[in-house]
Design a protein around this ligand. Structure first.
Ligand SMILES: Cc1cc2nc3c(=O)[nH]c(=O)nc-3n(C[C@H](O)[C@H](O)[C@H](O)COP(=O)(O)OP(=O)(O)OC[C@H]3O[C@@H](n4cnc5c(N)ncnc54)[C@H](O)[C@@H]3O)c2cc1C
Length: 435
């Protein structure tokens, strides 16, 4: 078999997504190849749908900060000597000493700027404006022998894929037909607001009890005095996230091994014990701020923020007056009704059992008992009937690897190192697609 490839778009290792997970991987490649006196850009390429690098740009709001330690950046847990650490960023920006005096976490703006700084140094490893729409299997003699990765105006082929495209916004079914300019997920917040051209709707419903919901409410209320928000919660309202040292030990890499050793029932139980460290909770200062808004308004006799707690959404109807929403108290069954102009969903993110982009490869995916991907300790996806091809999930394995492997910075640097080592350990011969 001739293993030389004639395809001008063949890339040895193709990464989809250049958010923190993809960036962290590019850092490893660059460090390793620089150490070998070369460059890794010919063997590793990331395709990113955004036009540039930014960290959750639609939620880069005033007065928001990161909720992890700055040592958990893109590289430090893997290689404290990396040129791509947050400390190196501060040093180059001449803020190393000044940051030390801040006495608070880095702001979301600064953390996004740090990522933009790293991405600027790794330009050769990424193509922006490259939204991957499909991954087609290349099959030879019934065996999966490569991947064709396609988007608008581009096609790449590879035998090693790393999915780093992040979690997907969770949109409850009742909202799906209404999604658009006036009903949207929080992940679209700033773009949607900008599109109002200053004519911001006055009556809002914000669903959810997590950080994004809290931040969206605080931002809306600060925009204009005549904005009213109904804040809908399934439970008792905003709770403070579990910030204690002991529960947060769960984000240490050794806990990934612990979690992986559990059966599926044990994983579910364990996840339920620790999920309040990362989900459905807000910071102390945010809780204080939102509570103060309600309290101070009461003094002057107004109500800009109405808490609708223990509530489930019963119906949502679009009328001439706006969106007619009926809520039901989940304990008493009492109904309450609101008419609003816009709805923001702070309903979090999800990781599907099988990432949407892998659907065309279903025939080759080995599933576990729950129908999800089977992922090994090196984040490699189990494949059947395959000939030397590899797929890795980089930030999409919360179900199999635990809470630090989902929507968190905790494992980003460490995991990139593990994936890189695994790829280096396996020799995959490029395939000749011209046959
Ligand atoms: C507002 C907000 C604040 C957060 N704050 C923190 C925090 O303080 N600390 C913490 O630990 N975690 C935080 N998180 C969790 C967050 O998920 C992680 O910090 C981190 O962003 C995960 O990185 P990722 O690369 O896996 O995913 P993402 O950040 O989602 O990046 C995925 C990338 O893939 C790209 N992409 C998606 N689909 C495609 C496609 N089809 N083709 C090409 N490119 C694609 C996206 O454009 C994006 O750039 C926060 C999350 C949010 C939403």
């Amino acid at each position: 078999m001739n293993h030389a490839t004639t395809s001008s778009h063949y890339i040895d290792t193709l990464c989809i997504g250049f958010g923190p997970a993809g960036l962290a991987l590019a850092c490893v490649y660059d460090e390793e190849f620089t150490a070998q006196g070369g460059t890794g850009s010919s063997s590793f390429l990331a395709l990113e749908k955004a036009a540039s690098c930014a960290w959750h740009p639609n939620l880069l709001l005033r007065n928001t900060d990161i909720n992890h330690h700055v040592y958990r950046d893109l590289v430090t847990p893997r290689n404290p000597q990396s040129p791509y650490s947050f400390a190196m960023y501060l040093k180059e920006k001449n803020r190393l000493f000044k940051f030390g005096l801040l006495g608070r976490p880095a702001s979301r703006f600064e953390w996004s700027d740090y990522m933009t700084w790293v991405a600027g140094k790794l330009k050769g490893y990424v193509r922006y404006d490259h939204a991957v729409q499909a991954i087609e299997p290349i099959v030879q003699d019934g065996q999966l022998s490569g991947f064709r990765v396609q988007g608008d105006g581009f096609t790449y082929e590879s035998r090693k894929l790393i999915l780093s495209n992040g979690s997907s916004p969770n949109v409850p079914a009742v909202f799906r037909e209404h999604m658009g300019s006036y009903v949207f997920h929080a992940s679209e917040y700033l773009d949607r607001l900008k599109a109002f051209n200053g004519d911001i709707p006055k009556r809002w419903l914000v669903l959810g009890s997590g950080q994004s919901a809290g931040e969206v409410i605080a931002d809306l209320i600060a925009k204009k005095d005549d904005i009213h928000v109904v804040s809908v919660h399934r439970s008792i309202g905003f709770k403070v996230a579990q910030l204690g040292q002991f529960p947060n030990l769960v984000f240490l890499p050794e806990n990934i091994e612990y979690f992986k050793g559990l059966d599926s029932e044990g994983r579910d139980r364990f996840f339920n014990h620790v999920k309040s460290t990362n989900y459905s909770g807000i910071d102390v200062d945010e809780s204080q701020h939102l509570y103060s808004v309600i309290y101070e308004d009461e003094i002057v006799g107004r109500e800009r923020l109405k808490m609708a707690v223990n509530s489930e959404l019963l119906t949502l109807v679009r009328t001439d007056e706006g969106y007619h929403v009926t809520l039901r108290d989940s304990f008493t069954g009492a109904l309450s009704e609101y008419v609003v102009d816009a709805i923001a969903l702070g309903t979090g993110y999800q990781q599907p059992m099988v990432p949407g982009l892998l659907k065309p490869l279903e025939d080759f995916l080995v599933k576990d008992a729950q129908g999800g991907l089977q992922v090994d300790g090196q984040y490699q996806v189990a494949l059947r009937n395959s000939d030397g091809v590899q797929i890795y999930v980089n930030g999409l394995s919360e179900r199999t690897h635990g809470i630090s492997d989902g929507q968190s910075f905790s494992a980003v640097a460490f995991r990139a190192g593990v994936i890189f080592e695994s790829l280096q350990a396996s020799v995959v011969v490029p395939f000749d697609y011209s046959i």
